[in-house]
Design a binder for this molecule. Structure first.
Ligand code: ATP
Length: 282
C-alpha cells in the first residue's frame, strides 16, 4: 500500500493564443503547484476500483484517476488491478486541477509501486491521454505550459509567498467556459515573458503585477470580480481567477496580512483557505 499527495495548481497566467479546427484552444500558461493536495492511497487488488469521500464524484471510468490506472496497467500488461482511495481536499470544478492532480498521483504512484517499469517521458504521454493538465501535475513546481497545456518548460521556482484561496459556492465547467470564449473579444493578453523574467529574477512584485487570466472576462458570474476586489481590499498584493474558475486567489508577501484577511473572510462566511507554492510535488 502506498499513500501519495496529489497537489493542486494555480495559474499565474492564462493566455489563449489560438483556436484549432476541432474547437480546442492553444494556450500559454504559467502554472504553479500549491501545497493544497488530495490524499491518494493505492492498494494492490484483483480489479480497478475508486473510492472517494465525496459522494457525488463518479467512481467508475468517468473518474480520471480510474482511467489513469487502467491506462497504466494496460501499458505494463498487468492482469492485476488497484484499489484507489481519494481523500478529496481540492475543491471540484475550481480551476485548481484537482482531477488532473489525482490522475498524475495515480500514474506516479503506480510506477513507483511496480518498480519504475515506465519511463517518465512515456508516463507523460499516458498522462496527456487522461487530460491536458496531467503532464504538468506530474512535473509540478513552476512551468510554462503551451499547446493544450502539455508542452512544458520548467521555470525557476516561485519566490516564497502565501496564497489565499476563495472558493465560490458554485463549480465551473472547464468545457463550458472555453465554449464561451470569443477570440475576437480578447483584447488583452498576459505578459508571459515578463512573468518568466520576474521568476528568473526572484521578483515577486514583478510576478504579482502581471497576473492575468484571459478566461476571466468570459465567466458570466459577477462573484469572480467581486472576490478579486475583496482580496485586494484585504491587502493582497494581487488577485486572479485560476484556470477556468471558480476559485479566485490572492498573493500575499506578508503572512500576517494573509492571516488577517483569512480571519475576516471566514467571519464573512467565505470559506478562505491559506496555502503556499511548492516547488517539488513527487
Ligand atoms: P481544471 O482546472 O483542470 O479544469 P477543475 O479543478 O476545474 O480542473 P476538477 O475538479 O479537476 O476541475 O474536475 C471537474 C470535473 O471532473 C468534475 O465534473 C468531476 O466530476 C470530474 N472528475 C473526474 N474525476 C475526478 C477526480 N478524481 N477529482 C475531481 N473531479 C473529477
Amino acid at each position: 500500500m502506498i499513500k501519495i499527495r496529489a497537489h493542486a495548481k494555480i495559474n499565474l497566467s492564462l493566455d489563449i493564443v489560438g483556436k484549432r479546427e476541432n474547437g480546442y484552444h492553444d494556450l500559454s500558461m504559467v502554472m504553479q503547484s500549491i501545497r493544497l493536495a488530495d490524499e491518494i492511497t493505492l492498494k494492490p487488488q484483483k480489479d480497478i476500483s475508486v473510492q472517494s469521500d465525496l459522494k457525488f464524484l463518479p467512481c467508475d471510468d468517468r473518474n480520471i484517476a480510474y482511467r489513469a490506472a487502467r491506462l497504466f496497467l494496460e501499458e505494463i500488461g498487468s492482469v492485476s488491478g488497484i484499489g484507489i482511495q481519494i481523500k478529496k481536499q481540492i475543491p471540484v470544478g475550481g480551476g485548481l486541477g484537482g482531477g488532473s492532480a489525482d490522475a498524475a498521483a495515480v500514474l506516479m504512484g503506480l510506477n513507483r509501486m511496480f518498480g519504475f517499469p515506465v519511463s517518465f517521458e512515456r508516463l507523460l504521454e499516458i498522462g496527456l491521454a487522461c487530460g491536458a493538465d496531467v503532464p504538468f501535475c506530474m512535473t509540478g513546481g513552476t512551468c510554462l505550459a503551451e499547446g493544450l497545456g502539455e508542452k512544458l518548460t520548467v521555470l525557476p521556482p516561485m519566490p516564497n509567498c502565501h496564497i489565499l484561496l476563495l472558493r465560490p459556492q458554485f463549480p465551473l465547467s472547464t468545457k463550458k467556459i472555453f465554449g464561451l470564449v470569443d477570440m475576437q473579444k480578447i483584447n488583452f493578453h498576459p505578459d508571459t515573458k515578463g512573468i518568466i523574467n520576474a521568476l528568473h529574477n526572484r521578483d515577486l512584485e514583478g510576478i504579482s503585477v502581471r497576473l492575468f487570466n484571459c478566461l476571466e472576462d468570459f465567466v458570466p458570474r459577477p462573484e469572480i470580480a467581486e472576490y478579486k476586489r475583496l482580496l485586494l481590499a484585504e491587502n493582497a498584493d494581487a488577485a486572479l481567477m485560476t484556470g477556468s474558475g471558480s476559485v479566485v486567489y490572492g498573493i500575499y508577501r506578508s503572512l500576517e496580512k494573509a492571516n488577517a484577511a483569512k480571519e475576516k473572510f471566514a467571519k464573512m462566511g467565505l470559506r478562505p483557505y491559506l496555502t503556499a507554492p511548492v516547488s517539488k510535488v513527487f
